[in-house]
Each structure stands twice: as C-alpha cells, then as structure tokens.
Design a protein around this ligand. Structure first.
Ligand code: PLP
Length: 484
C-alpha cells in the first residue's frame, strides 16, 4: 500500500519556498497580473506547464487588438488607398517595435515577418548559398525545424556535421565544437546553427559561440524560439546573423506570426529560390525577368498577416511593461524549486522517483525541465500514464521527444548503430518501434514555466509528482501512442 506523506499547506510551503528564493518576492507584480490578466487559469483550476509549447495571452492584449481592429478600416497593404496605408503603418510600427525590443540597430538588422519560427528557419535554409564543399554545422540539440535545413544543404552538396551533447547534463561537447569551428578551409559559405535554449532540456547554450564562430568565418543561425519568452536577447550585445522566433511563444497572441531577424550584410548573400506576390518590385512574363524588392519585403511571400501583426506591437509593449527580467527571475526561482522538488522525491526504499534529462543546477539553463518518473525498481513509468494522471490534476504537460530527436537520442542513449538497425518501416506503429530501438518509454515528460506561472503551479505539480511514489505498476488500458 502506498503511504502518502502529510502535505504542507500552500501558504506554509510558499513561505518555505520564499526563504530559499528571496528574489521571488520581488516578482509580486506577476501575481497581480495572474489575477487580472490570466484569471481563467485559476477559475478553471488549470496548472499550465507547457509554455515552451505555447505562451498564454493576457486578456488585455485581446481587448486592445480587437479595439484597434474595430476602430479603423484596414485593407491589403499592397495598395496605396487609405485602408491599405493604415495597414502598412501598423505593420511597419510592429516591425520597428520588434527591432527595438531586441535592441537591434535598424542599420544592422532587418525584421522579416514569417508564419512562425519554422518559417524563419526555412527562409534561411532554402536561400543560404550552400554549394559543394560548404558546411552546415549544428548541435544534436535542435528542433526539427533546424534539423530539416540539412536537406537543403544535402541537395546542394554541402556537408552536414552534428556536434553531440553529453549526458546527463546534455550540454554540448565544446572541445569538439571548437574543433569543427576551426576546421574550415578555403573560401566557403559555412552555416552554424544552434538553439539559445533547448526546447528539450532547457540548456542555455553559450551565446559566446556566436563570436567564436564568426572569428572562423561561419555565419550563425540562432534559434531563439524557446529562449526569448523568458530571457532577454540583446542584439546590441550579441550579433548572430539570423535569429528565428515565434511570437505566440512570447505572449500567447497571435498565433501564426513569427520573425526572422537578419543582419543586413548577411541577408544580401541569401538567394531566394523563387519570387512571389509581395517580394518583387517588378516581374514580367513576356520576358522572364523579375526585380526583387529590397530588405524584408523580398522575404515576405504574399500578403503579410496584416490584421494580426498589430498584436505583435501590443504584445511586445506588454512584455516591456511587465519586464522580461522580472519574468526571468520568477521562472528561474520556480524552475529551481521544481528541480529541487523532483530531486527530493524518493520511494519508500530510498530510490529516486524522477530522473532528469539536463542540468540539475540552475546554472545556464532555462525553465524547461525534462524528466521521467521511475518505478521503485528503476523502470521508467509509461508517459501515457503520466499524461493520464496529469489530466486528472488538470495539469498541462508535454510528453514525447518535443520535435528534438537529437536531444532525445542522447538522453536515452540511442546510438547511431541502433537507429541504423531499426528502420521505422511501413505499417509500423510507434508502439512497435519504441521497443525496437530500446526506448524505455514513449519519451520524456516536459514541464515548462512562463509569464503567468506562480507558486501554486509548483505546489500542485509537487502534489501530482507524489502520485508516482511507490508506484509498482501502471494500468494496462493505456491508449496507443500517436506520432512523435
Ligand atoms: C527551439 C524551438 N525552435 C523552433 C520551434 C518551432 O516553432 P514553431 O512551431 O512556432 O515554428 C520550436 C517550437 O516549439 C522550438 O521550441
């Protein structure tokens, strides 16, 4: 029979937490915001722990956006009539605000609006002038939207090299990275891509790599999608050539808008594989000729999302009012508390209840925490059961590999040989495949914190985690697994 430990009240537990994290007291403004702007969380007794999947919007953003749309007539910005000019004005204001938010000098950077971070990454991948002899270097720890760039590189004869991370902390083998960065010869286009923060383990990779890579002639693509919602990215301090991000991860609304921040001197080397409406100043049919539009316009295919773009300005203004540094302080304290809570949980026999993938300490990491719960005998608890218990607690978590297979392969020690020996064959289900490559479960559990997180989330997460203490078996009626 399972013995439940007596649980301290929320208030008593929060006082203890404040003793350990006095800096949290300075973020009280966010508690007020939770009551006013995110009341739906507590009204529905939600514990939202999937901010790396998608941020939550403050209610006032919706009102402000809707008010703006109600007050004017907006038309397609590709004209010069007044409703069109009204849209253009707002789009350009949003563009200027993006540069300002990231402290990017307009002489140095251009902000290109895309449908999402993936759209920004694709723009770079498809237009980067890879040729035979060029290199595409990237960390194992990358989202599939960065991994996919290797297909553009391969199609044009460039070589792809991966730099592995090292378990258990899942930080990159920096010696090997340096070896690859310095191992360049001749006059080539070489692209190095890494995430500022891992969407799997929360590891924050050193931004110092940008300058190091530049010193050896590499262009640098920084995937900032998981980093910018809770960290300041200061482009007056760091100068990556390309930065990809999605705005819904930063402030929840709107979806469908992302951005590529590109250095002007590197934008000119991109070769777009086509042109479209919006990207040319002139195109002819009788003579197959087109003249590309300058700057951002050359990369914004078709009509930009002109009714949603004003919400980007509103969202960034909101973040400025709240202060990204305050959000950072809060999620760091809560994240450290979550690591402590998971680390402290043991079964009756003293064995650990959770195993972490990523750094155990709060040094150079963000508030995205990947782990699995364990049975007392050390077997991984099926993530589908964890999902079920999380739903019973009204907790939103993520399970699986989070579109970051490289981090997962290292976390679960799946070798290249194993992968070569185990094709994901036609007609095979994920449930057939998982044992074939020796995965102990369908992936990890990921909890991520953000703008509206508060201590009650951590408290309820801890109560939820205690459900797995002394758990010997899970029920047999778990659903089939969906695609990874
Ligand atoms: C690090 C990272 N890069 C890229 C992406 C892709 O973002 P989107 O799906 O918004 O294009 C994500 C999404 O989770 C991410 O976490």
């Amino acid at each position: 029979m399972r013995v439940r430990t007596a649980h301290p009240s929320l208030e008593a537990a929060e006082l203890r937490f404040l003793d350990d994290h006095p800096e949290y007291a300075g973020t009280q403004k966010l508690d007020e915001l939770r009551r006013t702007e995110f009341a739906r969380l507590d009204q529905g007794r939600h514990v939202y722990l999937d901010y790396t999947g998608g941020g939550l919007y403050a209610e006032s953003l919706l009102r402000e956006h809707l008010g703006l749309l109600e007050a004017e007539v907006y038309g397609n910005p590709h004209s010069i009539n007044p409703p069109s000019a009204a849209s253009t004005l707002l789009v350009e204001r949003a563009r200027a605000r993006v540069l300002e938010f990231f402290r990017a000098e307009p002489q140095e950077y251009v902000a290109i609006f895309t449908p999402n971070a993936t759209g920004a990454l694709r723009l770079v991948g498809e237009a980067y002038p890879f040729h035979h002899g060029d290199r595409f270097l990237l960390t194992f720890d990358n989202h599939n939207s960065v991994n996919g760039i290797r297909e553009f590189a391969r199609a044009r004869g460039a070589a792809t090299t991966y730099v592995p991370s090292v378990a258990p902390d899942l930080r990159v083998d920096e010696q090997l990275l340096r070896h690859y960065l310095t191992d360049t010869a001749g006059d080539h286009h070489n692209l190095f891509a890494f995430p500022a923060q891992s969407n799997f383990s929360g590891v924050q990779h050193p931004l110092e790599w940008i300058e190091e890579a530049h010193a050896h002639g590499w262009d640098v693509l920084l995937d900032a999608a998981a980093y910018v919602p809770t960290n300041r990215l200061d482009l007056s301090r760091w100068h990556p050539d390309f930065v990809a991000l999605s705005f819904y991860k930063m402030f929840g609304w709107p979806t469908g808008v992302g951005c590529l921040l590109a250095r002007r001197d590197k934008l000119v080397k991109l070769e777009r594989p086509w042109f479209s409406g919006g990207t040319v100043v002139a195109a002819f049919v009788g003579r197959e000729y087109h003249q590309s539009a300058p700057d951002a316009a050359q990369f914004e295919d078709g009509t930009v999302n002109y009714l949603n773009l004003p919400a980007v300005e509103i969202g960034l203004r909101f973040l400025d009012r709240v202060g990204i540094e305050m959000i950072h302080t809060r999620v760091s304290a809560l994240g450290a508390g979550m690591l402590d809570a998971l680390g402290a949980l043991t079964h009756s026999d003293g064995s650990p209840v959770a195993t972490l993938y990523g750094p155990r300490s709060w040094h150079q990491r963000g508030a995205t925490i990947a782990f699995n719960f364990l049975h007392p005998d050390g077997r991984v608890i099926d993530e589908r059961y964890v999902d079920r218990v999380a739903s019973q607690h009204n907790i939103a978590l993520r399970t699986g590999c989070f579109c970051n297979p490289g981090a997962g392969e290292i976390a679960f020690t799946i070798s290249r040989e194993t992968l070569l020996g185990g094709e994901f064959g036609e007609g095979m289900t994920l449930d057939d495949y998982i044992p074939r490559i020796g995965l102990p479960s369908g992936g990890a559990i990921r909890a991520s914190l953000g703008l509206a997180s508060d201590y009650s989330d951590l408290h309820r997460f801890t109560e939820f985690a205690e459900e797995f203490v002394d758990l010997i078996e899970v029920p047999k009626d778990l659903p089939p697994r969906m695609a990874c």
